[in-house]
Design a binder for this molecule. Structure first.
Ligand SMILES: *Cc1c(COP(=O)(O)O)cnc(C)c1O
Length: 241
């Protein structure tokens, strides 16, 4: 496929996803401008991501620090969210590479990120504070990362006080479901948790990162402000991850 064809295909895929976002917003009585699309680009090579930028997709989500490091320099004009697990030994790298870390799941890792941002300052051209989300394991699935719902309040108190991080909101990875509707209780529970905590804790922002290719419309109906969409934009991945 020529680059022009690639750009055209990605532009069409982007348009379809935005139409679906708009419809979900209409159903929920929300404004489209309240929903940010993160194009999940794991396994997608840098060349296709350059085409994606030209097609109007500029915010990418990567779940591995290493993979993002290898691609970012080749994709100018883009913004990057970390959406995969962050180990302490990769935190320094992550601060240098990412505009937003969506997967903070402990006060320890938050303290580490805060220190690193303070030490080295944000990467060139980036904000003074690092935007983050707290990852919540809403369904208490032992196979999933994230704070248990009962641990979030304490974490918000502690992390909300850190000077160099900005707590944008909460993030969750829904269960693998066969029907989008089955994901609704998870999304509704995350939104309810956010509402409850925000009544008493001003440090927690209103962001809700939830919903992927198979269920982002349901997530938007339940209040998602960030949807993380991979396959609906780039097609199936070679290996499922
Ligand atoms: C891969 C991934 C996505 C995107 O999944 P799709 O089904 O391709 O839309 C979203 N969020 C996280 C955390 C992921 O790892």
């Amino acid at each position: 496929m020529s680059e022009a064809e690639e750009i055209e295909r990605l532009r069409a895929a982007r348009e379809r996803v935005f139409e679906r976002i708009a419809e979900a917003c209409r159903r929920a009585g929300r404004s489209e401008t309240d929903v940010t699309l993160v194009a999940v680009s794991k396994t997608v090579p840098a060349g296709r991501l350059r085409a994606a930028v030209l097609a109007g997709l500029t915010t990418f989500g990567e779940n591995r620090v290493q993979e993002a490091a290898g691609k970012q320099d080749e994709v100018p004009g883009s913004t990057w969210h970390l959406i995969g697990p962050l180990q302490s030994n990769k935190a320094r790298r992550a601060v240098a590479l990412f505009d937003c870390v969506e997967t903070v799941d402990s006060a320890e890792i938050a303290h580490r990120l805060d220190l690193l941002v303070a030490e080295h300052g944000p990467a060139a051209g980036r904000a003074e504070t690092l935007p983050i989300y707290l990852q919540v394991n809403v369904d208490r699935d032992p196979a999933k990362a994230g704070l248990n719902p009962g641990e979030v309040e304490q974490a918000v108190d502690e992390i909300g006080a850190l000077e160099h991080l900005r707590l944008e909101g909460l993030m969750t990875v829904g269960r693998l479901v066969t029907e989008a509707e089955q994901a609704r209780p998870t999304f509704r529970a995350l939104a309810a948790l956010s509402d409850r905590l925000r009544r008493t804790n001003l440090a927690l922002g209103p962001g809700l990162s939830m919903g992927m290719s198979d269920d982002f419309e349901v997530a938007i109906e339940e209040g998602a402000t960030v949807v993380r969409v991979g396959r609906a934009l780039f097609g199936e991945r070679p290996t499922q991850r």
